[in-house]
Structure formats: structure tokens, C-alpha cells
Design a protein around this ligand. Sequence first.
Ligand code: NDP
Length: 240
Amino acid sequence: MSKVAIVTGGSRGIGAAISIALKNAGYSVAANYAGNDEAAQKFKAETGIPVYKWSVADYDACAAGIGRVEADLGPVSVLVNNAGITRDAMFHKMTREQWKEVLDTNLSGVFNMTHPLWGGMRDRKFGRVITISSINGQKGQTGQVNYSASKAGDIGFTKALAQEGARAGITVNVICPGYIATDMVMAVPEKVREAIIAQIPAGRLGEPEEIARCVVFLASEDAGFITGSTLTANGGQYIT
Ligand code: NDP
């Protein structure tokens, strides 16, 4: 079985931790990113993990990007849909662009990446599709109607596709992190961040490596009977 993994948004934040953890677990990893060349090149120099630039919001770019990765590394057996963005606004002020950008990246991006890889996974009778959703896709969040809708969509996508993949040896799972110390969360004003931490029973933000370890487990052959599941990792902030 090939051990080739693509991690979208794999050069920064949670994605970078996932790329590194999969590499350490023996995978050939391709880290996709959207536009931050400086961060991507720094990541590549530090880790030796190759980086590939395309937007997950663009289906044709995904198909072409996957083709480049497979030509370089071989057939992809593990897809980690991690790329995600926020464009927060109260609903009455939310623009159509803010809605569309978030849905295009966080939800359609998952389709755009999974769909071109699905046939190969079916043919080879093995695959792992792991999507990074969010606590806010489970519970909803003020100011994030677009983000919460996209991340709830990722959960529905996973539950449906898991049923289609099961007989073909493909598992499809979703991880819902709580608040993790990355650029996305550190960009939130400090006062708001303190208020968030006060709501987390564990009394701290999560670390990207804590999510990466969940991914490595779900990608492993040991996790072959786990499909359609939602793995919550949020320090007890929201218990489903
Ligand atoms: P960061 O903002 O730190 O990194 C986002 C990554 O996604 C970057 O590598 C970025 O690329 C990439 N990206 C963004 N848009 C696209 C696109 N259109 N195509 C390809 N890549 C893209 O995010 P986090 O590490 O914080 O978040 C990672 C995932 O985890 C997201 O899906 C997020 O929603 C989710 N999450 C995060 C939580 C947190 O507390 N941080 C909590 C719950 C869920 P580039 O470097 O080029 O900009």
C-alpha cells in the first residue's frame, strides 16, 4: 500500500503540524498551500516536506495539483482536508463575498480535493479521507454563520461519503478541534482570547500537535473500522 499523503493548508498552523506528524509516521507528504509563499518556503526548508501551491476553492486547480503530487510521489492514499479560512461578520453585515469565500474554501474545497482522488482510492481498495471541521460547526458561533455552516457541511459530507466508501476500504472521518493556538486564533484580540480560554474546562488552548496525533491515528491501518465518525478535540468546551 502506498503511503502518500496530501495535507491541504499543510504549511502553516494545524496543517503544518499534521504534515510533520505524518512524515514522522513514515508517509511521503505533500503540503498544499494557497498563497503565502514565504511561509511555505520556510516550512519546506525546515522540514524537507515538498510544498504545492493551488487553491482548494478551484476544482481544476485541485485536479491538476493532485496530478503533480502523484507524478512526484505516487498514488495518494491519505487526504487531509485541513485548509480553512474565516471571514467573520455579524449576519446582518455579512456580505455575499464573505459567505461565498468561506463556503468555497471550507466546504467546496473538501469536495474539490476528495472527488478527483476518490476513483483511485476505490480502485486500490484503500483510502483515508480526514477533514478538519471545527467546534463551531457543531455548536454554531455568533459572527460566524458562514464558517459554522461550512464546517457543519463538512460533517454531513463525511457521514454520507463514509457510507459510500466503506466497502471499498476507504474510511472518511472528521475532526472537530476546539480553539488551537495558531495564527487564526492568535489574530483574535487578546481580550476575546482570554474570554475564550475561560470557557475551556481544560483551561488552555489546544496545541496543533494534539490535532496532528488524531490525524495520524485515523490515517493508520489500525483505524480501519472507524468511519463516518466525528472526533471532538476541544478540552471539554463542547461535549456532544
Ligand atoms: P491557519 O490560518 O493558521 O492556516 C490556514 C492554512 O490553510 C494555510 O496553510 C493556508 O495557506 C491554507 N489555505 C487557506 N485557504 C486556502 C485555499 N483556498 N487553498 C489552499 N490552502 C488554503 O489555520 P489553522 O491552522 O488555524 O486552521 C487549520 C484548519 O483547522 C482550518 O480548516 C480551520 O478552520 C480549522 N480549525 C482551526 C481552529 C483553531 O483554533 N485554529 C479551531 C477549529 C478548526 P497559506 O499559508 O498559503 O495562506
